[in-house]
Design a protein around this ligand. Structure first.
Ligand SMILES: O=C(O)CCC(=O)C(=O)O
Ligand SMILES: [Fe+2]
Length: 267
């Protein structure tokens, strides 16, 4: 991945969010689905998120809703297309490495995800305007991602991502030329709990705006996801149920305030 492409994506994303509201609203959600420009969906993430977002499906390509794809900045669409292609290549390398690390056949996770014609990939641009009372708002509330894998491009200078480990919050440092990989719930399920989907949140800075771009890799809705047989044994029984379309479980469990992945656990 050329470093210049990372910078270009960061730049164009900031440029987009700085446009006048009327201009951005041209790309607002059409109908009642997730896609398009807007504030973080209140039902999905609670009402107090200090976050502006632009949500676009990038794969399968025929599902792109180009009406929501900005034409301002001018190169937005072509750059996002380039960036998505590169991300998918990295995803495939990553999934192979993750399979090898568990002594699985290299293709094992790839069989579930990573097919640009079948699986769903969404780009979620986040923008967190600076906020003088930053300690009283949250950029994005604590959550786990419902994806298989999330590849996050963080702001080059402004830190904001925090992750829970052992019941404590840890700050994730900014590394300008790196992507941050987050394991999503569906990878936790498929790996029978070996890889954990971390609870994370984004905090807001009092002085500086911050952006991030999450590429969300989601299995096709008709693929069944469940713990891989090779990872179930006497010492480690099957810990999660099998299902299709985890997105539904995810949305349904939001009102309960519980983590969606908990609904998938076999007790
Ligand atoms: O802005 C960030 O660093 C986190 C974004 C995030 O968690 C998400 O989009 O799901
Ligand atoms: Fe997230």
């Amino acid at each position: 991945m050329p470093v210049s492409l990372l910078d270009e994506v960061r730049e164009m994303s900031k440029e987009f969010f700085k446009l006048p509201l009327e201009e951005k609203e041209k790309y607002s959600s059409k109908g009642d689905d997730l896609e398009g420009y807007g504030n973080t969906n209140a039902v999905q993430r609670g009402s107090l998120n200090w976050n502006d977002k632009l949500h676009l499906q990038v794969y399968p390509e025929e599902k792109r809703q180009l009406l929501c794809w900005p034409e301002n900045p001018q190169h937005f669409r072509t750059t996002l297309h380039e960036y998505s292609k590169k991300n998918l290549m990295i995803l495939r390398t990553l999934l192979k490495a993750m399979a090898r690390s568990l002594n699985l056949e290299e293709e094992r996770f790839l069989e579930l995800w990573g097919d640009e014609n079948e699986d769903n990939t969404h780009a979620r641009f986040n923008f967190y305007p600076r906020c003088p009372m930053s300690d009283q708002v949250v950029g994005l509330k604590p959550h786990g991602d419902g994806t298989a894998i999330t590849m996050l491009l963080q702001d080059k200078e402004v830190e904001g991502l925090q992750v829970v480990k052992d019941d404590r919050w840890f700050r994730v440092p900014v590394i300008p030329h790196a992507l941050t990989i987050l394991v999503g719930d569906q990878m936790e399920i498929a790996s029978n709990g070996v890889f954990k989907s971390p609870t994370h949140k984004a905090v807001v800075n009092p002085q500086y705006d911050r952006m991030s771009l999450a590429m969300l890799f989601i299995p096709s809705l008709d693929k069944e996801i469940g713990p891989l047989e090779e990872l179930i044994n006497e010492e480690r029984p099957q810990l999660y149920k099998r299902l299709k379309d985890y997105g539904q479980v995810y949305t349904q469990s939001i009102p309960s305030g519980k983590r969606p992945i908990d609904m998938m656990k076999i007790n």
